[in-house]
Each structure stands twice: as structure tokens, then as C-alpha cells.
Design a protein around this ligand. Structure first.
Ligand SMILES: O=P(O)(O)OC[C@H]1O[C@H](O[C@H]2O[C@H](CO)[C@@H](O)[C@H](O)[C@H]2O)[C@H](O)[C@@H](O)[C@@H]1O
Length: 568
């Protein structure tokens, strides 16, 4: 396995996630596009990025911003043409970077020709591409499973008198992976993109593809009682993933990441241990639910810091022990900005952004940087619902009032903190009109703090958040212990500090971060008793304060201070 791992270049890589609609508009349409991304490749190369994860640019009615695909092998005209895509892929290759595409095959759009055929009649050859069930005798849905975007997971089709399954929006029909023809279609479409030279895939909610064929009622004995236990990491999922590896990922030597919704450590070890021949790595979301009271995303509470540290530690230790590999992230297009959620986006914005970055980039796994994170973009302030675009947020705004007894103001306050649109505002390139994102009217508002927070100003400042990211990305390539070191948590329930070590035979990395707005003192465990000796061989690799702190047993940390040292 060690030999196999050595060849896996992506273990030292950093991935940059591009939400194309908000990255860079080259045409003045108000929406980002492929050419806009091509214009910015030099920026990403200079940042040190190895892999660009491009979110869906396929033909789609855009009810869920591209996660509702109507044609898997054509480019949505709003994003450009296939020639634009080919040009992008070529320019990425020329810069020595890699392109990773988003593959969304738990479901397709109901606009897809397969679904349009399937709904014609029960006898149509495409009927079995989707999941259809008869109503209960009283005409209601086949079971009580809930859509992740709110409401029943079943949609009634008047014409044929059956329900079809939609775990997300009602226009995202779940594909029937039990049908070998569907699996063949998926291999075919992935082969199409592999043949175009893409280096890998990010597989959307891929652990939901195998459903319990009994489709049982969820009796609520296991929270959240919405049916997910019957389709999450389901009965045949590993078989299906292994087939994709055999047909596409393996032969094309691809880097792949599976997005694993509500998953377990045991399954993620199986998905990402190279001996299993499934994925290169997995995303899990447990650490991003530490502010969900009783698992409820649409209720508010301050985040549980101890739980956050425990979850990181459990996944670091568990994945190491089982030979799995983590995709490391604090931000993505579905999450509010981590800076506003876990730290301070006001007075200590710069310190906070660097602290979160240092904490994450010292861990084992492959780090993902979500556009705007590298300049410390915070959640924007939403004045009212008319400013929001996300389908989930709009559905939930209604549900919170109609079914959960919230006033409009309470519902808006929840949406402000939880909405996926928090991370979807346009990338802030400079302090010009619309932050340099578009010459037109942006599809979603630009955060008003852009004159202060933008790429251009941070490129010019050696101490900027952007340059801090650049340094961390480079360190992963030069300091071996960051890739291979054993993880050990160092703080024992410290109320403000997260501290850990990464240990190999020749190096020890120490990362200490203050997650609070107060001064903190942290004492390293006994094993580090001798590190403060003058002249001992340690080096400060990353810091977010103006001081150069000594590595000694007792470490003082100013608000949101964070340090990374290596001892050799
Ligand atoms: O919160 P989890 O149950 O662990 O699920 C993880 C995320 O899954 C969904 O995200 C992805 O699929 C959606 C449908 O294709 C798409 O809308 C989204 O953009 C994808 O990333 C879910 O929407 C997210 O909220 C969860 O975080």
C-alpha cells in the first residue's frame, strides 16, 4: 500500500472549488461563465492550486443551480460552449493543473429526456430509469420519506397514477441504480468526459444511490426519522462504486472524491482505502453540524467547540487507522462561510480567516479551498428574502412559517445564518463596480464589503489572507509530515484552543489555534517538555500575528491567534 500511496500525487495537492455562476463573468450577462474561469487560471496557478473542481456546467433548467442536469454531455449555453470547455481544459493542462468535474447521478432533472420518456407511460423503456411506486390505498405517498429540501420525497404523476422519488427538489428525480441500463449510462457519460482529458470527478451525494428496495416507512425510532437510514450508504452502494472504479476511475488513473451525505466513518474508510478500489477520498459533513440543535439545520445555536474538535480528531485518527483519506474543508457552496460561523468576521476577520486555514491545512487529507475563502469573504448581510436565490432557502422560509410556527422575522434570521446563498455571492476581484465580477447586473448581490475585501488588494499585501493561503498550500508540498504524519490531539478539552500534532519518525508538526476573541494560554503536554530549549531545531511555519512566538510549553495566544511549527 505504501508504494501505491507514493504514486498518488493528489495526497499533496490542494483543490480549488469553483462555483461557476459566481466566479467570473466574461460576457456581461451577470452570471459567471467558463471563459471567465479561463481568464483567472493564472491567479489559481500562482496560488499554488493543483486541481480545479468545476461545479456543474451541463445543460440544466437551473432550479438547483446545475445540480439538476438535463443533458450530461452538453454545456449549458449560459456558461458557454463545448469549445470554451475544451479551451479551459487545455489551458489548465498547460499550467500543470488538473480539472475535476462534478458528476450528479443520484438524480437527473425532470427535464432530462430519460425522464420525459419515463413519464409517458408505465411501459416506456425509460420508465425503469427512475423510481416509481403506487400510492398507498388512501392515495397518499408510498412512504413518509422527506425531501432534503423540505416536504415529501415523492411527487405524484397524474398521467400514470404513480409517485416518483425525489430526495431533493421536486424537479430532481432519483435515478434507479438497480437498473443496469442506468449504470451503463453513467459509465458512458463519465467516459465521455474522461476522453476529454479531465483528471477526476467529484461525485454528488453518491452514497445515496442505493435504496432499500422495500422502501419502508420511517417510524422515527432513529432520528431524524426522514427516511435517510434506508438510502444512505445503502445495500449495494459499494458494489456500484467499485464498478465505476473498474470501468472509469481506475483505467483513467483519476482522482475522485465522493460527497457522502450523513455517512459513517466505517463507510468512508471503505470508500477511500485504495485497496478497496472505490474513491480517492471522501467528504463528510459531521463537523459542519456542530451548530445544529438535535441535528436540525433550520434551528439556531452557538457551535459546540468541543464537538468540533472531537469530530476532527475522530475522523483524523479513524481514517488513518483504516487507511482512508479525508477531503478537508470548512467551506463549500452549500455552507455558510466558516469565518462567520466559527470565528469573527468583524474586528478579527483577517486573524480568524488565517486561523481557520492553518487549523485545516495542518490536518491529514487533501484540502479544498472554496472560492472567496482565500480572501476571507464573510456571509453577506441579507436585508430581505427578495435578495436570496437558493431553492432550499426559499422553500424553508415558507416551511419555517407555515409548519414550524416562526414569524417572518424569525424565519429570515434563521435563513441569514443557514442559507447556502451565504457562500454564493460573487467572487470579489477588485474594488471596482460589482467587485470586478461582471460588467452587467449580477444574478445575486455582491457583498457590500468588497471595497475592503478583494483579490487585487490582497495580492499586493504580503501579510494578506491570500498570501497566508499561498504559504500553507506550498508547505504541504515541502513538509512531508503534513501529508504522512500520525495525528494526535494535544488539547484536553481546552475551552478556547484547538491543538494537535502530526508525528513522523523525523518530524513533528505542532498546530495551536485560539478559536476565541479572548487571550488564551495553552500548555503543551509533558512529552513536549524539552521543546523550549534554546537552539532546539524547530521552525515557525505559519503564524497570523506580528510576533514570532517561541515554541515553549506555555504558549500565549492573542484573539484568534494560530501557529504552526515543525520540530526536526
Ligand atoms: O447534510 P448531509 O445530509 O450530510 O448532505 C450533504 C449535502 O448534500 C446535499 O448537497 C449536494 O446535493 C444537492 C442535490 O444535488 C445539491 O443541491 C448540493 O449543491 C450538493 O452539494 C445537500 O443539498 C447539502 O445541503 C448537504 O450539505
Amino acid at each position: 500500500m505504501e508504494n501505491m500511496r507514493a504514486q498518488e500525487w493528489w495526497r499533496r495537492s490542494t483543490v480549488y472549488q469553483v462555483y461557476p455562476k459566481s466566479f467570473k463573468d466574461s460576457s456581461g450577462s451577470g452570471e459567471g461563465d467558463i471563459r471567465g474561469l479561463t481568464e483567472k487560471l493564472d491567479y489559481l496557478q500562482k496560488l499554488g492550486i493543483d486541481i480545479i473542481w468545476l461545479q456543474p456546467v451541463y445543460v440544466s433548467p437551473q432550479h438547483d443551480n446545475g445540480y439538476d442536469v438535463a443533458d450530461y454531455c452538453e454545456i449549458n449555453p449560459e456558461f458557454g460552449t463545448m469549445a470554451d470547455f475544451d479551451e479551459l481544459a487545455k489551458e489548465i493542462r498547460l499550467r500543470g493543473m488538473h480539472l475535476m468535474l462534478d458528476i450528479v447521478v443520484n438524480h437527473s432533472s425532470t427535464d432530462h429526456k430519460w425522464f420525459q420518456q419515463a413519464r409517458q407511460s408505465k411501459e416506456n423503456p425509460y420508465r425503469n430509469y427512475y423510481i416509481w411506486r403506487d400510492p398507498k390505498p388512501d392515495g397518499s405517498a408510498p412512504n413518509n420519506w422527506q425531501s432534503k429540501f423540505g416536504g415529501s420525497a415523492w411527487q405524484y404523476d397524474e398521467a400514470t397514477g404513480q409517485y416518483f422519488l425525489t430526495l431533493f427538489d421536486k424537479t430532481q428525480a432519483d435515478l434507479n441504480w438497480e437498473n443496469p441500463a442506468v449504470r451503463e449510462e453513467v459509465v458512458k457519460l463519465m467516459t465521455f468526459w474522461a476522453d476529454k482529458g479531465v483528471s477526476g470527478f467529484r461525485m454528488d451525494v453518491i452514497n445515496l444511490i442505493s435504496k432499500d428496495q422495500e422502501f419502508p416507512e420511517d417510524d422515527g425510532s432513529l432520528p431524524p426519522g426522514d427516511g435517510r437510514r434506508f438510502y444512505t450508504d445503502g445495500p449495494r452502494v459499494h458494489e456500484y462504486v467499485k464498478d465505476m472504479y473498474k470501468e472509469v476511475f481506475g483505467p483513467n488513473n483519476m482522482v475522485t472524491v465522493g460527497e457522502m451525505s450523513s455517512t459513517t466513518l466505517e463507510h468512508c474508510i471503505r470508500y477511500s482505502n485504495p485497496e478497496e478500489r472505490e474513491f480517492s477520498m471522501t467528504f463528510n459533513f459531521h463537523h459542519l453540524k456542530v451548530d445544529y440543535p438535535n441535528g436540525q439545520k433550520w434551528e439556531l445555536m452557538p457551535y459546540d467547540f468541543e464537538q468540533l474538535k472531537q469530530l476532527f480528531s475522530e475522523w483524523q485518527t479513524g481514517m488513518q487507522a483504516g487507511g482512508g483519506w479525508n477531503a478537508l474543508f470548512f467551506n463549500n457552496h452549500d455552507q455558510p462561510r466558516a469565518l462567520s460561523r466559527f470565528a469573527d468576521d468583524g474586528e478579527y476577520r483577517a486573524e480568524s480567516a488565517k486561523m481557520l486555514a492553518t487549523t485545516l491545512h495542518g490536518l491529514q487529507g487533501t484540502p479544498y479551498v472554496y472560492q472567496g475563502e482565500e480572501i476571507g469573504m464573510p456571509n453577506p448581510y441579507w436585508n430581505d428574502m427578495s435578495e436570496l436565490r437558493d431553492i432550499e432557502s426559499r422553500n424553508m422560509f415558507k416551511i419555517l412559517q407555515e409548519e414550524r410556527g416562526k414569524t417572518a422575522e424569525e424565519a429570515l434570521n434563521i435563513i441569514r445564518q443557514r442559507s447556502r446563498d451565504n457562500s454564493r455571492t460573487p467572487m470579489q476581484w477588485n474594488d471596482g463596480p460589482q467587485a470586478g465580477f461582471t460588467t452587467g447586473t449580477p444574478w445575486i448581490k455582491v457583498d457590500e464589503r468588497y471595497p475592503e475585501i478583494n483579490v487585487e488588494s490582497q495580492l499586493a499585501d504580503p501579510y494578506s489572507i491570500l498570501n497566508h493561503y499561498k504559504k500553507l498550500i506550498a508547505l504541504r508540498k515541502s513538509v512531508d509530515v503534513i501529508t504522512n504524519g500520525r495525528y494526535e490531539r494535544l488539547d484536553e478539552g481546552h475551552p478556547q484552543v484547538f491543538a494537535y500534532a502530526r508525528i513522523s519518525t523525523s518530524e513533528t508538526l505542532v498546530v495551536v489555534s485560539n478559536f476565541s476573541a479572548r487571550q488564551a494560554v495553552f500548555v503543551l503536554p509533558e512529552a513536549f517538555a524539552d521543546v523550549s530549549l534554546e537552539g532546539s531545531a524547530y521552525e515557525l511555519l505559519a503564524s497570523n500575528t506580528e510576533t514570532t512566538p517561541l515554541l515553549q510549553r506555555e504558549i500565549e495566544l492573542s484573539p484568534y491567534a494560530s501557529y504552526m511549527w515543525v520540530i526536526r
